[in-house]
Design a protein around this ligand. Structure first.
Ligand SMILES: Cc1cc2nc3c(=O)[nH]c(=O)nc-3n(C[C@H](O)[C@H](O)[C@H](O)COP(=O)(O)OP(=O)(O)OC[C@H]3O[C@@H](n4cnc5c(N)ncnc54)[C@H](O)[C@@H]3O)c2cc1C
Length: 428
């Protein structure tokens, strides 16, 4: 065991691989716990599937809910909580393009006592069907679970399920949706939050600053090519430009997407079917307030209006990701204009679409279909833990799942590390 000159134990070195949300959370927890941390990221930027593009645009709209306690804990830990704002405190504005009906729907069931904020088509039978999904006893496609309540499915459950599970309702698992429904009990749980200025300033930059302040080293362009293991321990990391031999007390957190974890750890079972998300970002700056509007019955599913521009999200976009932006933009813009009119958004809404950029994330999340997802062990070797949204099977693959997995991986590794010098002294 390494011993410091003053007789305390040398801090163990932890290599966190992957600077997505899971890796950022794990690295910060370990660095603040007094461990020496190096965060290796293959890309030139952090954030992974939740990142800012080089021009500052988000790769895609990311929303959190009040029930996402681990994600909010992380925002608090990095001092970024104030950047996440609640655009629609009075209920989600939802426009149905088929009949032009526009309403505000509360996400918290208790608020449905007010008929004005109820989902369309909510009957006593529909309420029972929702309750049935929230109980962890059955698993069937969401569309089948709501087959007798088509208005409720169309106007409320389908938009929610497609957003949360990134899977079409004909295949999406009612049990996975139930994991989300069970967490949304109070009005506080149901609060929807978005980054006011974008993922760069409101998540990634403060996370990197907090990590550096905690003493972590961050290496970009540091792709883990392979790892060597023996006797149930990771022995060496083979990175883009160097190989690092691990000391007896050193440890690793692999916070990677499933396909990379499977490539590096033979025999690991991971989700292998993924679903795309399409985002269309329109250059339409100047909105006075952040707004978030749901649209049913068209291409557009959610419209995020921010001072910097307007973003449209299309989840479970199997067909749409194959289309050209020249074809997608006019359709989405026409729908945005209808939403702007329905909810009296201020500003100019010209006929012609403003410049539009499409971001297609082809492996945005695993598909959450009916059936049991592969369950990855947290500790794969004595000194190697896994993190990543797909490893937290208590929730669909989301920021919250990634944050929880990062916390759990850091805890599992910290429990096996020698106590750092500073903490040892403080406790002495
Ligand atoms: C367009 C889009 C919209 C979304 N919307 C929402 C939303 O509204 N709400 C929500 O909660 N979730 C949303 N999600 C899901 C959310 O982004 C993910 O669940 C979360 O970001 C996953 O984080 P992660 O750390 O587990 O994985 P990742 O973000 O995939 O991080 C893994 C990191 O590892 C790096 N890496 C890969 N291979 C290597 C290697 N060999 N060596 C070193 N580094 C490597 C990658 O570059 C990446 O930075 C959305 C996802 C997308 C794509």
């Amino acid at each position: 065991m390494a011993v410091a000159r003053d007789g305390g134990q040398m801090p163990a070195h932890v290599h966190v691989v992957g600077a997505g949300v899971a890796g950022l959370v794990a690295a910060l927890a370990l660095a603040r716990g007094g461990h020496a941390v190096t965060l290796h990221e293959a890309a030139p930027v952090a954030g992974g599937r939740c990142r800012a593009l080089p021009d500052g645009t988000d790769n895609g709209t990311h929303a959190l809910m009040g029930a996402n306690h681990a994600a909010l804990r992380f925002l608090d830990a990095i001092g970024a909580r104030a950047g996440w704002v609640e655009p629609e405190p009075d209920g989600l504005p939802m426009l149905d393009l088929a009949d032009g009906s526009a309403r505000r729907i509360a996400a918290a069931p208790l608020a449905w006592r007010d008929p004005a904020r109820r989902p369309p088509g909510l009957t006593a039978g529909g309420m029972l069907a929702l309750l049935g999904m929230a109980l962890p006893f059955t698993d069937k496609p969401v569309a089948a679970a709501l087959a007798r309540h088509p208005a409720l499915l169309r106007g409320f459950v389908e938009p929610l399920a497609v957003a949360a599970l990134n899977t079409p309702v004909a295949e999406a698992s009612s049990a996975r949706l139930g994991q989300v429904l069970r967490r949304v009990r109070s009005a506080a749980d149901a609060r929807l939050l978005v980054a006011r200025d974008g993922l760069g300033p409101d998540l990634i930059a403060p996370a990197l600053a907090a990590l550096r302040a905690a003493g972590a080293e961050i290496r970009f362009g540091s792709r883990l090519r392979a790892l060597t293991s023996a006797e149930d321990r990771a022995m060496a990391l083979h990175l883009a430009e160097e190989s690092v031999a691990l000391g007896a007390a050193d440890a690793v957190v692999l916070a990677l997407p499933p396909w990379e974890a499977a490539r590096l750890i033979p025999g690991l079972r991971v989700p292998d079917r993924h679903a795309p998300i399409l985002n269309l970002h329109f250059a339409h700056p100047g909105a006075p307030a952040v707004r978030f509007i749901g649209v049913v019955g068209g291409l557009t599913q959610w419209v995020l209006v921010r001072p910097a521009g307007i973003s449209v999200t299309v989840s479970a976009a199997d067909a749409e990701t194959e289309e050209r932006v020249e074809d997608l933009a006019p359709r989405a813009w026409a729908e945005i204009r209808r939403a702007a009119a329905a909810f009296a958004l201020p500003g100019d809404w010209p006929d012609a679409p403003p410049p539009c950029r499409a971001v297609k994330e082809r492996r945005a999340t695993p598909r959450h279909a009916v059936g049991i997802a592969p369950i990855a062990p947290r500790l794969v070797m004595r000194n190697l833990a896994l993190a990543g949204d797909w490893t937290w099977t208590g929730l669909p693959a989301t920021i919250e799942a990634a944050a929880r997995s990062g916390e759990a991986a850091a805890k599992a590794i910290a429990a096996r590390l020698p106590r750092p010098v500073a903490l040892g002294r403080a406790g002495a």
